[in-house]
Design a binder for this molecule. Sequence first.
Ligand code: GUN
Length: 289
Amino acid sequence: MTKIIDGKQISSEIKHEIKIQVDKIITDGGKKPHLTAILVGNDGGSESYVNFKIKDCEEVGFESSLIRFEDSVSENELLSCIEKLNNDDNVDGFIVQLPLPGHINEDNVIEAVSPSKDVDGFHPVNVGKMVTGLDTFISATPMGIVELFKRYQIETSGKNCVIIGRSNIVGRPMSILMSQKQMNSTVTVVHSGTKNIPEICKDADILIAAMGKPNFLTADMVKQGAVVIDVGTTRIKSDKTKSGFKLAGDVDYENVAPKCSYITPVPGGVGPMTRVALLLNTFKASKNR
Ligand code: GUN
């Protein structure tokens, strides 16, 4: 029987755990953790992700703030805003929602964020700490997926884990975490340069699909009993939702699910865990300060 991994339920449990701790801090006269988000432009996807992040903060009793810029903002303006936030004692952590407009160098922006406030875990210092197994901010999606494995007690040790996609935000950090002692998987990363993706996937005990191509992972690529984690969140037009959009995963869910021991749905699988991981990182940043 296939078990459907309920990321929404697990994230609610974690939010409840955070809220209890925050309430205690406030009762004891402490300060609310404070997350700031910077949003550039009007991309519908980025806008809704940032709105969710703000709403999540309210739910657990964090303070939050949103700083908006037009698409036309210069890199220098953005960098000086980051510098201000780095030095603002009232802000525990902040994120710059990606992607940024083409005229802004994302690497410059990521490197400008103080590693101690980089709750996205994107700064090279924090990535380096993650790779070497030091305590740091781990980027939200890989961290959320690790938490799902733990809470569902899914065995990862000694398993063949295939990760589809090598992005800096998901695929690459995921591959590092899964190969570390605590997860103990044998990891293969496949990407656009890989010649025999279906054969490699077919060998996997755990498949993590994170390349952003709807329905890429089909049933013929999945071994019977595999664990399938779907990171895809492509926004596609839909006349069935209020917003006019729906999220499409990277997995052909209908045909893949019957073969799996565990699978994450889209929506309601990885997405809510990504959001709660950002809250955990913000809480950690506030405790560190
Ligand atoms: N764009 C897509 N995912 C993310 C994320 O986790 N953080 C930020 N800042 N931007 C994103």
